[in-house]
Design a protein around this ligand. Structure first.
Ligand code: AP5
Length: 216
C-alpha cells in the first residue's frame, strides 16, 4: 500500500507517518527529513536547500523528485508513506511516473484537515531528541521525565531552524498557493480521504488505520 499524507505544516504528517512505520512496517519517505539530512551533511543539494528552507519556501521540484526516486526502491513490500511529498502539481505527476515505472500504484491520499492558527502553536512548541529523533511538544507531548528522552534516555534535544512564527506563516502561504491545489488532481481519481487533524494523535491514528484497513 502506498499512501500520501497531505496537510499544512504542523498538521501531524510526520507524527502519523512515524506511527504507521512502527506499527505496519511501511516506510516513511519524508522529503523534509531528506533535505535536512542533506543540509546537515553539507552536500551540494543541502547547500542549495538550506536558504530556501529557512525562508519557508519550496525547494525545486527536480531536487525533491530525485530524492524520492532514490529512496523509493528501498520502500518495503508493506509500502510507502509519502510525508511532505508531493507539494506541487509537477511533483504529483513525477510521483505517478515513479510509481508506474515500478509497477506500483497510489492507494490513498489522506488529507489532514486542521485549523491553521492552532498549527503555529504546535510548530513553535515542537522539539525532538538529538540522538534518536523521537518527536515531542512542550505542551501536547512532553517527555515523561522532564529533559530525558522517553525512547533512548538522551538528555540532548533540538529544534528546527524553520520552526519560528514568521517562517511558519510563509510555509502556510506556500501550502495554500501550491500544495492545496493538487487535491483536485487526486479527487478526480477518487483517492482523497479527509481526516480531522485537530483530534488527538491517537484518534487521528485510529481514523487513518480504519481507512487503510478498509473498515470505513
Ligand atoms: P517538512 O519537513 O515537510 O515540514 P512541513 O510540511 O512544514 O511539516 P512539518 O514537519 O512542520 O509538520 P508535520 O505535518 O509533519 O507535523 P508533525 O507531525 O511534526 O518541510 C520543511 C521544508 O522543507 C519546507 O518548508 C520546504 O522548504 C522543504 N520541502 C520539504 N518537502 C518538500 C517538497 N516536496 N517540495 C519542496 N520543498 C520541500 O506535528 C507538529 C507538532 O504537533 C509536533 O510537536 C507533534 O507532536 C504535534 N502534533 C501532531 N499531531 C498532533 C495532534 N493530533 N494533536 C496535538 N499535537 C499534535
Amino acid at each position: 500500500m502506498n499512501i500520501i499524507l497531505l496537510g499544512p505544516p504542523g498538521a501531524g504528517k510526520g507524527t502519523q507517518a512515524a506511527r504507521l512505520q512502527a506499527a505496519r512496517g511501511m516506510v516513511q519517505l519524508s522529503t523534509g527529513d531528506m533535505l535536512r539530512e542533506a543540509v546537515a551533511a553539507g552536500t551540494p543539494i543541502g547547500l542549495q536547500a538550506k536558504v530556501v528552507m529557512e525562508r519557508g519556501e519550496l525547494v525545486s521540484d527536480a531536487i525533491v523528485s530525485a530524492l524520492i526516486g532514490e529512496r523509493l526502491d528501498a520502500a518495503s513490500e508493506q509500502g510507502a508513506i509519502f510525508d511532505g511529498f508531493p507539494r506541487t502539481r509537477a511533483q504529483a505527476e513525477a510521483l505517478d511516473l515513479l510509481l508506474s515505472e515500478r509497477g506500483r500504484r497510489l492507494d490513498h491520499v489522506i488529507e489532514l484537515a486542521v485549523d491553521e492558527d492552532e498549527l503555529v502553536k504546535r510548530i513553535v512548541g515542537r522539539f525532538s531528541c538529538a540522538r534518536c529523533g523521537a518527536g515531542y511538544h512542550d505542551s501536547f507531548r512532553p517527555t515523561q521525565v522532564p529533559g530525558v528522552c522517553d525512547v533512548c534516555g538522551s538528555t540532548e534535544f533540538k529544534r528546527r531552524r524553520d520552526d519560528n512564527e514568521q517562517t511558519v506563516r510563509t510555509r502556510m502561504v506556500e501550502y495554500r498557493a501550491k500544495t492545496a491545489p493538487i487535491l483536485p488532481y487526486y479527487d478526480a481519481r477518487d483517492l482523497v480521504r479527509r481526516v480531522d487533524g485537530m483530534a488527538s494523535v491517537e484518534q487521528v491514528g485510529a481514523e487513518i488505520d480504519a481507512i487503510l484497513d478498509g473498515t470505513v
